[in-house]
Design a binder for this molecule. Structure first.
Ligand SMILES: [Zn+2]
Length: 282
């Protein structure tokens, strides 16, 4: 019956993983040892190096891998720094089952002096747990997923996926947004769902399945006021200070201080209010 078949596949799957555990830990160690800090400019070459390592591992699985060059970005001192490429690619066996996986392989800056109990770039086992910078966020999950795909392939099970891996997540994902938009009608045209690997388990036994995440809404507001210079004196009635009106609007509509999430309708009301207020100010 179907359950027997499934459990025998499950047994073979976990048996394969157990047999290859030391290989997987070795890979994890190699990845954690790369100082792929996307914040510090002098470590950018390490981010580029880990992107190449990730690409190699995916190519070894038989995936079609595209390392997309994103050009460079400018630092505050005017220096141009190359952006690491983004990996997009696919391993498609059953075209009717598209899936995209997202993960990142860069890390925040870290030094042993920052209260690390072990060297951040040396994967260290303590009581059966592995500690290292990026071991969880997000090198480990990316590798775990690659290892799972390898196991599927080794057992000749159908596996089908697309993937996006970046190296600038800790630096606001510079360059990624533009690439995603450009690929909207190509790479993503047959994608229904995206699975992000960049989340945590709630405990050792409670996995977390991310189905929604918070986002950032960034906007700039230009305030214009009277076209005439009003120094002081009696230039004719009350003149409204537009900054005060703007603060009142923000205060009425953005409740983040109380923990309440701004919803779409209050954001829309905010926008309408702002338009009216700005019209009135000009
Ligand atoms: Zn992360």
């Amino acid at each position: 019956n179907v359950f027997t078949i499934h459990s025998s596949i499950g047994d073979r799957f976990f048996q394969y993983i157990d047999e290859h555990q030391s290989d997987y830990i070795q890979r994890h160690k190699e990845w954690v040892a790369v100082e792929s800090d996307s914040i510090q400019p002098d470590l950018r070459k390490e981010v580029i190096r880990i992107m190449a390592l990730a690409a190699d591992r995916l190519v070894a699985l038989g995936a079609i891998v595209n390392l997309v060059n994103l050009g460079s970005h400018q630092l505050p001192d005017g220096q141009d720094l190359p952006l690491p490429p983004v990996i997009i690619g696919k391993l498609v066996v059953e075209p009717q089952n598209p899936t995209v996986t997202y993960g990142h392989v860069d890390v925040q800056p870290a030094k042993k002096e920052d209260d690390w109990k072990t060297d951040p770039y040396t994967l260290t086992e303590i009581n059966g747990n592995l500690y290292g910078h990026g071991a969880i966020d997000n090198k480990g999950p990316v590798l775990a997923w690659i290892n799972a795909v390898e196991t599927f392939k080794a057992l000749k099970l159908v596996v089908n996926f697309k993937f996006v891996i970046e190296g600038m997540e800790e630096a606001r994902s510079l360059g990624l947004g533009k690439l995603l938009q450009e690929e909207n009608q190509c790479f993503f045209s047959d994608v229904d769902y995206v699975v992000t690997l960049d989340s945590l388990w709630l405990s050792n036994k409670k996995p977390a399945f991310t189905y929604e995440s918070e986002g950032n809404a960034c906007f700039f507001v230009d305030v214009e006021c009277g076209s005439k210079y009003l120094h002081n004196g009696t230039s004719g009635g009350i003149s409204h200070e537009p900054l005060m009106d703007l603060i009142a609007l923000l205060g009425n509509n953005m409740h983040h201080c109380s923990g309440e999430v701004v919803n779409a309708s209050s954001l829309a009301a905010f926008k309408v209010g702002l338009d009216i207020a700005l019209d009135g100010m000009v």
